[in-house]
Design a protein. Structure first.
Lengths: 56, 345
């Protein structure tokens, strides 16, 4: 956000932004899918400044 | 009498628009397009003796061939000065103009171009003499006048004043000099002015993040063309381009055609700024291809581009980040991408 990115989805952790390897493979994939869907929601949302879309 | 060479793209040469952006480098005698206005401004002071025309896509996609053509042209013509553009806000054209200037300076020929201050071409060659312009060709006349004024001084070997005084964009060069008051006094005076809410001018502008106006939201997601980009350093296994773990200055495109998943035998994570073993074991943790393909199949969006762009963001210089963003943005635009997912770590 400080760097000026306008649509930011909060990822899980630095080492695994788009998932969680401590979960079962199915749960990890489901988490990843929800994150990407959240990203798509952000792409369809009008924003006027850097905006954080919470982790799902 | 002053002999000037001029570089223009396919559009300003009157060849055509985007459909001719692959036009190969072509030397033409005398002025072409805006070069004619330049000639009129020169009157008897000089001649636009030669023009190099090149398509914007050719220059950016076949860089080696384009640069070689520029060098051959300069050797052949031996002008007193080179003018490139002006390119205003056109990014590919601006990048080409900056490189023309660089090659001219390397050949010992003074060169000047005209670019909007936010043209990504400004970042391509920091030492270029760039006259700031507006963002459209309606400003052609004043831009050419300003470029010519700067060119006259340079070609005459006259020493140039600071960027602001002589009408060019800062080139990142500082010259030692003396001011009337010592630094401590100037600092205190500036602080007092600032505390009083008065106007003040910093002596050292600090490179900072800029606010970029947000792009408009995507209207029809089901038809949207989506690209995925990462600074998380996902690369083909074996890292064929030797992407560095730290302080990388390049980005690369990798093929996703026909790939439903990123497997650890074919891809790895080379980012040196975090513990990257999980991402090496499952690259989806940084580049969510499996989720994207599933959503694509279900029609949640139109199409996933069959490539991704990758670099390592670890300790990447801000100037390189900006340039990479501009270059990747230009690439995505040329593929009519509607939205991009950037996964950063």
């Amino acid at each position: 956000m400080q760097a000026g990115a306008n649509r930011v989805i909060q990822g899980i952790k630095i080492e695994h932004v788009c998932g969680d390897p401590s979960l079962s493979p199915a749960a990890d994939r489901a988490l990843r899918r929800r994150l990407v869907e959240q990203a798509f929601r952000a792409l369809q949302t009008g924003v006027t400044q850097p905006t954080l879309f919470q982790a799902v | 009498m002053f002999r000037i060479s001029h570089y223009v793209n396919q559009f300003f040469a009157g060849i055509g628009g985007e459909e001719h952006a692959n036009h190969p480098p072509e030397v033409r005698e005398g002025p072409v397009g805006p070069g004619r206005a330049l000639q009129a401004m020169l009157k008897n002071e000089g001649r636009v003796i030669s023009t190099l025309v090149c398509g914007d896509n050719f220059f950016n996609e076949r860089v080696e061939a384009a640069r070689a053509a520029v060098q051959a042209w300069l050797r052949e013509v031996r002008p007193d000065a080179v003018l490139a553009g002006p390119a205003f806000a056109a990014g590919r054209y601006g990048s080409a103009c900056a490189q023309v200037c660089q090659l001219a300076e390397e050949a010992g020929i003074p060169a000047v171009t005209g670019l909007h201050p936010e043209n990504p071409g400004v970042l391509v060659y920091k030492r270029a003499y760039v006259v700031p312009t507006g963002n459209s060709a309606t400003g052609m006349g004043p831009a050419l006048q300003a470029m010519l004024a700067l060119t006259r001084k340079r070609a005459a070997g006259l020493p140039l004043g600071p960027a602001e005084a002589d009408g060019y964009l800062p080139r990142g060069i500082r010259r030692p000099g003396l001011r009337e008051r010592p630094g401590a006094e100037r600092a205190v005076a500036m602080l007092v002015t600032k505390l009083r809410g008065g106007p003040f001018r910093t002596e050292i502008p600090v490179d900072k993040y800029e606010a970029v106006p947000p792009a408009a939201p995507i209207g029809e997601m089901c038809r949207a063309r989506i690209a995925v980009v990462t600074t998380g350093g996902i690369v083909p296994k074996g890292n064929p381009d030797r992407i560095k773990r730290c302080s990388e200055t390049r980005w690369r495109m990798y093929d996703l055609t026909g790939l439903e998943a990123l497997t650890p035998d074919k891809f790895e994570c080379v980012h040196g700024g975090f513990f990257n073993l999980p991402a090496c074991q499952d690259p989806h943790l940084v580049l969510p291809l499996d989720a994207l393909r599933a959503l694509e199949r279900e029609g949640a969006f139109g199409k996933l581009m069959d490539f991704f762009c990758s670099t390592v963001g670890n300790d990447q210089r801000l100037a390189d980040c900006k340039r990479h963003g501009a270059e990747i943005g230009a690439l995505l635009r040329s593929h009519q991408v509607d939205g991009a997912l950037l996964v950063a770590t």
